[in-house]
Design a protein around this ligand. Structure first.
Ligand code: ADP
Ligand code: MG
Length: 579
């Protein structure tokens, strides 16, 4: 006999909550078996006696259904006026909520749900509203616009939802939200949802809600329970290299790499794409059409890695992320919670990896405090570990591949013939090497990126690696407005090699210094003649000769300069290909 004792969990089922059978049929069709904790608490309470409720639950806990199902139940389909208004911070969320509720109500086809959001033709949206609707999902900006232009009647709204309230405030929608609330009837129920409860959200609850009931699921302000929080500490200049290793170590990664700015997002994505990763960028500079394209591609797993800003990724409804990578830590803990909440959703385990540099150690401690969970510091996977991982991934793939017996049969005799002199063992070696060599080539000689233990808080000396690289001096500098990116473009263009390895770039007033791999040096010198930058012809000369390669001796023109004004420490760009 074992001595285990276990609590009998009396979980309420969807069909015990008093939901309409047609709604039950809808959620069954969607494959929902049991309610999530917030649904289990929220739905029966609200159906029994509608009231103002503040729902606090982590991302991915099913808040949409928590408010969506009771809303469907209270709609009177015969009255084709907006009876519920759901505000959310982004167009994507707004569309997604509408889509999700539409799905719950697939057996209640008479109920109309209309999304209303910025960045799209208002005329068409007004027309849709005029045609009659029961539920509006809207972004605050567009809704406020419509109110000002007198295009929408909110006088019959009996339920108002503020979804992702914290983010709506972060995005500066306070004024719009105020104006919208003022246009809704006094007699209504206000439901506020948020993953976290900063004081601004508490203030909204206090100002606009009547004795709200607070339902909190799990610990407040905590990341999803089943997420492992890991961090790697590297020098800031190695951030991108560390990211590559993190991704290479998980061949089947399906995740989001979070960056802090649009620019960083664009750069990291471009670099990953150039290095042959399956990646796309998602940020506010994209057109609506591009965003839709990227999101769909990611949703359909047409791309493995999405590089995104917090705002752009907010509300993206993708459930099975294996990893969230924080290329840079977010500015506040709440965004960290949102980010890491994208992995480890409903019952799945997930991993949130942060790449930090020496000075960010304290930020990790702060986030730990606020989520009440410990981060584990792990070393960046070494080249050897990555090669191993990729090797076994490859062997698994070989084992699992579907063999189309019939189609391949005609070719086999010739193929067998070709390999007749190889033993099975030799043949396996050849097949595996075919792919494995590429990782070996890349990682065979790369240094360890980890900062040794005990060096966390100390600033370690900067080591500039110049092996295999030669410094070139360009006659164009900051005065002419050149940027590191333009230096790179120039080198790529002059050498004609998209994957040319470029090291450090230093910009000075009247000139720049760039490290370029030795093998491309001659082409750079030869082809730069005749190329120009904003009206100045490039003049390139060798600045400091590399110890190991004397072939440029004749062009040597001096020593390494002392850093002058405008010196830019530019991360070493790794331009080798990933296969
Ligand atoms: P939140 O708004 O809390 O971040 P969502 O409402 O977007 O979470 O739900 C996250 C995902 O979980 C959605 O894909 C949704 O369809 C799914 N989901 C919601 N409730 C359930 C449930 N009871 N069982 C299974 N999946 C669910
Ligand atoms: Mg939500």
């Amino acid at each position: 006999m074992s001595h285990f004792s276990f609590a009998i969990h009396t979980k309420m089922l969807f069909n015990e909550m008093g939901l309409d059978p047609r709604i039950l049929k809808g959620i069954e069709a969607m494959g929902f078996e049991t309610p999530s904790p917030i649904q289990e608490q929220f739905i029966p309470i609200f159906l029994k006696e509608p009231k103002d409720i503040v729902g606090l639950a982590q991302t991915g806990t099913g808040k949409t259904a928590a408010f969506g199902l009771p809303i469907l139940q209270t709609i009177n389909p015969a009255n084709r006026v907006p009876q519920a208004l759901i505000l959310s911070p982004t167009r994507e969320l707004c569309v997604q909520i509408a889509r999700e509720i539409k799905e719950y109500s697939q057996f209640l086809p008479e109920i109309v749900i209309t999304p209303v959001y910025g960045g799209a033709d208002m005329g068409a949206q007004v027309k849709a509203l005029r045609a009659g609707t029961h539920i509006i999902t809207a972004t605050p900006g567009r809704m406020h616009d419509m109110i000002r232009k007198n295009k929408v009647d909110l006088s019959h709204v009996s339920i108002l939802v503020l979804d992702e309230a914290d983010e709506m405030l972060n995005m500066g929608f306070q004024e719009d939200v105020d104006a919208i609330l003022a246009m809704t009837p006094k007699e209504k129920n206000t439901l506020l949802f948020s993953a976290t409860m900063p004081k601004e959200v508490a203030a909204i609850a206090k100002n606009y809600m009547t004795n709200p009931l607070e339902i909190a699921v799990g610990k407040k302000n905590s990341g999803a329970e089943n997420v492992e929080h890991i961090y790697h500490m590297v020098h800031a200049k190695d951030r991108y290299l560390a990211l590559k290793r993190v991704l290479d170590y998980v061949p089947e990664v399906y995740g989001i790499v979070f960056c802090r700015t649009r620019q960083e997002t664009g750069e990291v994505a471009a670099q990953l794409i150039q290095d042959n990763y399956s990646a796309e960028a998602l940020h506010g500079d994209l057109s609506q059409q591009q965003r839709d394209f990227v999101m769909n591609k990611f949703r359909n797993r047409g791309v493995q890695i999405l590089v995104a800003t917090d705002v752009a990724a907010r509300g993206l409804d993708v459930n099975d992320l294996t990893h969230v990578v924080n290329y840079n830590l977010p500015d506040d803990s709440e965004n960290y919670i949102h980010r890491s909440g994208r992995t480890g959703r409903v019952g799945k385990s997930g991993v949130s990896i942060s790449i930090i540099h020496l000075k960010e150690h304290g930020r990790i401690r702060m986030i730990e405090k606020s989520i009440g969970k410990k981060f584990v510091r792990k070393p960046v996977p070494s080249g050897k570990e990555i090669c191993e991982k990729q090797l076994f991934y490859l062997t698994d793939k070989l084992q699992e591949v579907t063999v189309n017996e019939e189609e391949i049969a005609p070719y086999l005799p010739a193929v067998y013939e070709k390999f007749s002199n190889l033993s099975k063992e030799e043949l396996i070696k050849h097949i595996v090497s075919l792919e494995f060599n590429r990782f070996l080539d890349y990682y065979g000689s790369t240094p360890d990126l980890n900062i040794p233990d005990g060096h966390e808080e100390r600033r370690s000396p900067r080591v500039v690696e110049t092996e295999g690289l030669t410094k070139f001096r360009l006659n164009v500098g900051l005065a002419k407005g050149i940027s590191p990116k333009e230096v790179i473009n120039f080198v790529v263009e002059a050498t004609g090699r998209r994957n040319v390895e470029i090291g450090r770039i230093d910009l000075f007033g009247s000139y720049s210094v760039v490290e370029v791999e030795d093998a491309a040096g001659k082409a750079l010198l030869r082809n730069s003649r005749g190329m120009s930058f904003r009206g100045t012809f490039f003049d390139v000369e060798v600045f400091e000769e590399n110890r190991d390669d004397r072939s440029f001796r004749g062009r040597r023109s001096g020593g390494y300069p002392r850093a002058a004004e405008g010196r830019t420490d530019f991360k070493r760009m790794e331009r080798k290909r990933r296969y």
